[in-house]
Every structure is written in structure tokens, then in C-alpha cells.
Design a protein around this ligand. Sequence first.
Ligand code: GDP
Ligand code: IMO
Ligand code: MG
Length: 432
Amino acid sequence: KFMPTLVIVGAQWGDEAKGKLVDVLGSEADMVVRYSGGNNAGHTVIVGDEEFKFHLIPAGILHPNVTAVLGGGMVICPKALLQELANTRAKRKNLGTLVISPAAHVVFPYHRIIDSLEEALRGESSIGTTSRGIGPAYQDKVGRFGIRMGDLIKPEVFAKKLKIAIEFKNRLIVLLGGEPISYQEVLEEFNGYAKELAPFVTETDELVSKAVSSGKRVMFEGAQGTFLDLDCGTYPFVTSSHPVSGGACLGTGVGPRAIDNVLGVCKTYTTRVGAGPFPTELNNELGDHIRVVGKEFGTTTGRGRRIGWQDTVLLKKSVDVNSLSGLVLTRLDILSGLGDISVATKYELNGEEISFVPIDGEAFQNCKPVYKTLQGWDENLRNCKSWESLPANVQKYVRFIEEQTGCPIVILSVGPARDETIVLRPELIWKS
Ligand code: GDP
Ligand code: IMO
Ligand code: MG
């Protein structure tokens, strides 16, 4: 018998406020597991006047009773992790317990170099990656050249694996026009990280599956978003891992029947960082206005996020591919005072209306949004604490998104702080 588990997944292209949600719901969790990606992610948590930006550490770590797991599906830059840990400890003495899967892959300097060289080679077709070496690290995992955290902490194993990897990577770097790197330097640098990180590396699969089967509340923290998924997303403008809820079953120690609840986090509008198709994009003053008002600049790279209207064609697909049990609608406050609000409910493709997301990249690129217009709201929502206190047009908007997606909206977020959260259907969060 399984007890309640909950996946928090990005329902759009990332930055939906997963970090805030994980923090808010983390007070009820025993364990929080990051299951994919690396420090391409940036999860912001605001507590009082303190701001935490998590890239690798699960946002749930702020709750002292939580075991925070860096799962086997992740790729980890040890230097970034140690920095993040030091920064977090400097702000908080009382943190949850951190553990790292031996199966998580290590990101090396050659991955970052190759990330940049690949992007340069792509030229106009570049993806706009976060240049953290994430894609090349996953390439090595698939190519079976990868070095895992479990290898890193065994000096002899590590020295041998790194030798082969660097020999291979240096040839590639030189071919791509870059400077080869020194085996000895990387070895020494990473042996240092290994010493510091070794105490955290433990058999996390066993830990997670035991927690689940013994009735603990386990939350899986998604990174990125559904349409950045390698398979479900807008390929090739995607990340190299599996952000979708199914990714929570890869390298964590549990299978699909252990997942009870999946909450998809989405904004009231849509954003995307980096290149790739975006049917509802607002390439105009309104888009610029929302970027400024909403402080839509990347947590990891500082890049301005591209802005567009809400798109329920995308959300419907997100409901399906993630088996969403509910949606969380964030940043309702940002659309205050904008006048009418548009929501794409269909696409027009080659003169025909369609209501699904074509998986063919070129077809998706050619989709034009078909909008429904709703009345907006002028009220400041940040002090709203209940459904009843929300303006009628906000309530209509929420109902409209529910109708279009066929998915209940479980939580609303009207500001970045913990208490700027309205739980509409508490019974749908940890249902077992
Ligand atoms: P994540 O990657 O999904 O965790 O999201 P990010 O942290 O990258 O970006 C979300 C940003 O929105 C952060 O700066 C949050 O503090 C902020 N935020 C979260 N919820 C809300 C909300 O309801 N309203 C506003 N205005 N900001 C929010
Ligand atoms: P969180 O967890 C938004 C985007 C990059 C780029 C593409 C590939 O904060 O929501 P990568 O470096 O992963 O190879 O880049 O994916 N991307 C994100 N966009 N939020 C993220 O994470 C992202 N992580 C990667 O901008 O378009
Ligand atoms: Mg983010």
C-alpha cells in the first residue's frame, strides 16, 4: 500500500513558480526529491524579507524536518552545489537533511565548454541554453561516458574514468575549435569537491522507496517545464532531461503506481526563456510591460523572459502528459490593470482549427493562436486571502481555465510570499 505522494511539475516552459509551491507545501512533507535537470533550474523562495534562489538543492530544504534528495535523474555541478549549500547555510542554521544519489551525473568544465561550442556552431538555430553544460552532461549519460556522484567520491575509480572522458572530450573540443583542458587540474579540483560532498552521497533509491512504502509524505520537485521535456516538449528547443511527471519515476526509486497526485504549476500568462516556437508570444509593448511589472528575468541567467498570453491548448496537453490531478495558477496579481485578457483556446494551422499541440516541430511553429477574450481586473490581488475576496472577473477567469482544461484548479498564487496563496481545494493536494 502506498501513501500520499505528490509531484510538482511545471505545466509550461519553466519558471511557473514551482519553487514557491514546493516551499509552501513543503511544511507538510517528510521528503522532497528533485528528480531532473541541474543548475539550469532556478527556483525562488521568498520567506519574509529573505530571498532564496535554489538551482540544485530542493526548495523543500528550508523545512528542518524534510529530507531533501538530489535524485539520480539529475546532473550536478559540484562547485555550484557547494556554493549553494554555503549560501543557504549562511542564511539558515536549521535546514532539512541533504542527501545525494550516487546515480546523479557530475557536470564537468568540459560540459560547459562543449555547451558553448555547440551553441556557437548552431548559429542562428541556437537553442539559447543556460550554458551550464546540462545538455552535454546528459549526452555523456546516454553515451555511457558519464561519471556519476558515486564514482566521483571513489578516488581511484574517478581518476580512471576522468582520464578516458577527458581524452575523448579534448578531441571533441579541439575539433569544435576550443582549447583542450588539463586532466590533472580537473582531477585535483574535483577531488577537493568529492571530499566535501562524500558525506551526502547515499543510497537514495532505497531511502525514497522506504519513505513511500512506510507512509511518509514524499514530494517530487520538478524542474524546467513540460514543453522543455526532451520527448514531450518543443524539440529541439528543449532541455536534455525529463521534466514531466513521469520523470519523477526515473532514478528516484519509485514507479508510476507510487505517484498519487500531480499538481501542474502554470502562470496566468505564459513565458519562455531561450529560443523556440511560442504561439501566443506578445512581441509588443504589452509584452514588454508585463516583463517589467512581473520582473520576468531569469533566476539563473538574468535573461529577459519572452512573454505571451495564456494558452489552454498547451495546458490541456500538459494535463494529459503529466496526468495532472490539479492545476496551480500563479501570478494572477501581475495581470491587474491590463484591460481585457486573451486566452488561446485553439490554433489555426493551414487554414484549419485544431485543438491539440502538434508534436511535429514545423507544424507547431506554424500554429496561430485563436483567442477568447475575457474581461480583466484592476484590483490589487495581493491581499486577497480567499475565493470570496477575489474580484468576479478573476473568478470567471479561473473557472474558464478549468472548463477549457478539464482540470480542477487547486491553488491560486497572488504574490511571491508564502501567505499570498489561496488554497481552493485542499482535499486535492495529498489525496491517497
Ligand atoms: P520556478 O523556476 O518555477 O521555481 O520559478 P522562478 O523562481 O524561476 O520564477 C518565479 C518567480 O515568480 C519568482 O521570482 C517568484 O518569487 C515569483 N512568484 C511566485 N509566485 C508569484 C505570484 O503569484 N505573483 C508574483 N508576482 N510573483 C510570484
Ligand atoms: P526552472 O526549473 C526556464 C531552457 C533554456 C533553454 C532550454 C535548454 O527554473 O523552471 P539547457 O541549459 O537546459 O540545455 O537549456 O531550456 N531552460 C529553462 N527555462 N526555466 C528553467 O528552469 C529552465 N531550464 C532550462 O532557457 O531554452
Ligand atoms: Mg526558474
